[in-house]
Design a protein around this ligand. Sequence first.
Ligand code: NDP
Length: 283
Amino acid sequence: MSARIIDGKALAAVVYEKVGREAVDFRAEHGRSPALAVIKIGNDPASEIYVRNKRRKSREVGITSILHDLPAEIDESAVLDIIAQLNVDPTIDGILVQLPLPPQIRTENVLSAIAPDKDVDGFHPQNQGKLLAGCPNFIPCTPAGILEIIRSTNIAMPGRKAVVVGRSNIVGKPTALLLLQEHATVTICHSRTQDLAAECRAADILVVAIGRRAGIRGDWIKPGALVVDVGINRDEQGLGGDVDFDQARERAGFITPVPGGVGPMTIAMLMSNTMQAARRKEE
Ligand code: NDP
């Protein structure tokens, strides 16, 4: 058996189409476009690419993006001042701070400073808490994209065994909470998990976000399982995921490729969250 390969770009195109139409209506009604402020600090090469892609997509769907391109050596208080201004700026609907931040800036302080109603990345503690409580405000973009990918397969989630490998605050934990909300039976694995292969082999739905190229072997996949590979690893072999794709596709029922799977959906969900923030603000 060979898995159906999930086309993240095609799924993202559907989201862009919808957001694009909503942005046109929004402009007609309110006399301005939805606006996203993007804060980039320093010149991390991956961040440069992500910010460029996010801004390009914003333009394409009719969302204004305003870049604050700050030097790597800026101090934390200056960043907090900028966020405070953006929080009260009526022309700004969403605020995104591109991670990772330079060492002198505490990520926690920066993310907590963003007004929760403009926190389109969903990383503010209040928004994380709402997700935990089962009444999300903004769902973090990558987990939101993962959920849309799973939904696109029409696989019923209630009662299914879902395994999330990785427990970061931006991917693993929120993804596990979303799957729980969908009534899956969820296991979260991490670097101290004793028998990762056995956990993966039990998964009907396997989401992997560990940041290790091909860290999940093909023979760990349950035949027919849905595999979502979140990993983005750049090395001399080029771009690759956290799952051994060539082996895994022979066993899985559905699998996301890298690139072209979760990545495109992450940016699409950012556009969707920004549109949602703009609508709510005007309401
Ligand atoms: P983090 O480094 O923050 O977290 C990695 C997690 O994986 C940790 O919980 C760690 O465990 C666990 N882990 C690491 N190695 C192993 C292992 N060998 N076995 C089991 N668990 C392991 O990463 P992120 O969550 O931020 O990102 C994960 C991957 O997803 C990266 O490749 C990143 O580039 C990609 N990514 C992709 C996005 C997209 O849009 N497609 C968006 C965000 C991230 P422990 O907690 O015990 O250390």
